[in-house]
Ligand binder design. Sequence first.
Ligand code: ATP
Ligand code: MG
Ligand code: FE
Length: 336
Amino acid sequence: LITLALESSCDETSVAVVRNGREVLSNIISSQVDLHKKFGGVVPEVASRKHIENISCVIDEALEEANITFKDVDMIGVTYGPGLVGALLVGLSTAKALAYSLNVPLVGVNHIEGHIYANFIEHKELKPPFICLIVSGGHTHLVHMKDYGVYEVLGKTRDDAAGEAFDKVARALGLGYPGGPLIDNLSKKGNKEAINFPRTYLEDKSLDFSFSGLKSAVLNYLNNNRQKGIEISVEDVAASFQQAVIDVLVDKTITAAKRCSVKKIVLAGGVAANSGLRELLTARCREEGFELKYPSLRLCTDNAAMIGCAAYYDYIKGYRADMYLNAVPNLKLGDK
Ligand code: ATP
Ligand code: MG
Ligand code: FE
């Protein structure tokens, strides 16, 4: 079964060809990051227009690299939320047109679910149940995935997402966009114990997250030192900030696994690319006897292969969308 998958929820136009859910024949990612850099973040209207310009070429490239034609496509998978509404609509309208004209089924995919499914492409033998920490640009979720498509959300952020915190702190440090990879690199040259930024654990037993206090603490630290004319080590701030994020993410993930008596832990989303997070979680999982899986760097951030994989499992479950499928900018995990 060949799936042609489309992803356009934010600033990546991506199209993939996936065979039987887990075999990626092509995964073309056209990033608009250079276009948005000068604004310090994604500009929704600019993103939508660029998706329109790009999508046909990216589809052609995906088919060509997979060495197939439209006639070989058995189903269309597409992200329909969450994300920027204008951006989503480009992929969604294209997907509907393709499904209608090729007369094949259309399956709408939840983008956050897609991030989790990146792991099924990377690890062919991986199966639920497991605990998944999803850390992306707009979401921070701790989830017990009990079966394909079956989720219990154990905790989530009450304010900023982890990736958002990275991006905002990077902006305050004058590093540019997107901030995550830049802070990750600088951290390697800094002292993570130089500044004791706050770790927010919230109420006893809570598996929710909060990163806005940490972000404010970094901003205050920068302002105070700049006012006093004290020189700031960007590397130390990056390393200390990153460590404060990671400590909480790792502690709560381990707690969740213990609480649910689950032996497997899975990382997903753009921040899963963070080298510090991968290292600390790997070390803690080894100590505590948990098996840890995460996707390769290219599959952590937005891509259509993960959407193709999720679409396949939805299809197997009998899920089909019709031509009334609309973009849902604030779609929740587990909602269909
Ligand atoms: P969402 O998936 O929540 O809708 P999104 O699609 O914009 O949001 P992703 O593409 O999953 O988010 O991830 C992008 C985020 O990941 C950005 O915030 C970016 O800074 C962050 N990121 C990418 N690489 C790293 C890294 N090495 N360390 C930390 N953060 C990173
Ligand atoms: Mg992006
Ligand atoms: Fe994403």
